[in-house]
Ligand binder design. Structure first.
Ligand SMILES: [Zn+2]
Length: 187
């Protein structure tokens, strides 16, 4: 088995990636903003800790603007990530995307972690002294394992270099592809 520290580093690396945060927010968006707003808004991107949200009308944009602090708090509680800011743009909200996110959310909640996965979580968080932090890391880890399980079920494969899960015909994940390309250019 891999040393716990290595596993933790890998998870933290993935959890800090903007792509991962965007996916988590998309899947949990309905929980964060509620049914009504979820139909009229969409997460557009996460960049340098700033979450950009699309609103489908000026009225909805100002409602989001008004609820910004509440939104930040909800994101922190639900996705265990604290945005440095939330930016709101007016644009087209793709309804098929929110339907898809909702389906993923339901599938995720039905997934059951294996005893091995539960043991891995416990083993990983055991050295953490602070009980609140320990609980938080355990929850984030559980979320991570659920999404990984879901991705495997839906045909994602593991990158041989960084162990991230990705889809597509290539040998490495998009992040490693870019890094490897840079390395080739440098040498
Ligand atoms: Zn990779």
């Amino acid at each position: 088995m891999e040393p716990v520290r290595d596993i933790l580093e890998k998870i933290i690396g993935q959890l800090a990636s903007p792509e991962w945060l965007k996916n988590v927010l998309k899947v949990k968006w309905r929980q964060i903003v509620g049914d009504q707003l979820a139909k009229r808004t969409q997460v557009y991107q996460v960049k340098n800790g700033v979450v950009t949200v699309i609103a489908n009308s000026p009225a909805i944009a100002s409602e989001l603007q008004y609820r910004k602090d509440d939104l930040k708090r909800r994101i922190k509680e639900t996705a265990y990530f604290e945005p440095s800011d939330i930016r709101i743009r007016i644009g087209v909200v793709k309804s098929e995307e929110s339907v898809r996110a909702q389906r993923i959310e339901q599938e995720l909640s039905r997934l059951v972690l294996s005893p091995r996965e539960h043991a891995l979580i416990e083993q990983t968080v055991a050295p953490i002294q602070d009980p609140l932090l320990r609980e938080k890391v355990a929850k984030v880890f559980e979320q991570f394992l659920r999404l990984n399980q879901w991705k495997r079920k839906h045909g994602f494969k593991e990158c041989p270099r960084c162990k991230a899960l990705y889809r597509g015909p290539r040998l490495y994940c998009p992040v490693c592809q870019i890094e490897l390309r840079k390395r080739i250019v440098r040498n």
